[in-house]
Write a protein that binds this ligand. Structure first.
Ligand SMILES: [Zn+2]
Length: 75
């Protein structure tokens, strides 16, 4: 995980949070996949977006894993 900072004033916005290779933004209490925000210190626009296709692939992988676990339970 690495720190995400404002490109103008270096204010710390959060950290990158990787779930299965997909980069989300960790803002402390929440994991962000889509954000339109402004820096609290200088007002610079900050955008964060996980493309839908990447999210779709991630969810499909997770669902596939869940099926495997469910199958294990039946043994
Ligand atoms: Zn800033």
């Amino acid at each position: 995980m690495s720190e995400v900072t404002c490109p103008v004033c270096k204010n710390v916005i959060g950290r990158t949070y990787y779930i299965d290779g997909v980069a989300f933004l960790d803002c402390g209490g929440v994991i962000v996949r889509d954000m339109k925000a402004n820096c609290k210190q200088c007002g610079r626009a900050i955008f964060w977006c996980v493309p839908d296709v990447r999210l779709e692939r991630l969810i499909k992988r997770m669902l596939k894993n869940r099926e495997t676990y469910a199958a294990d339970d039946n043994c």
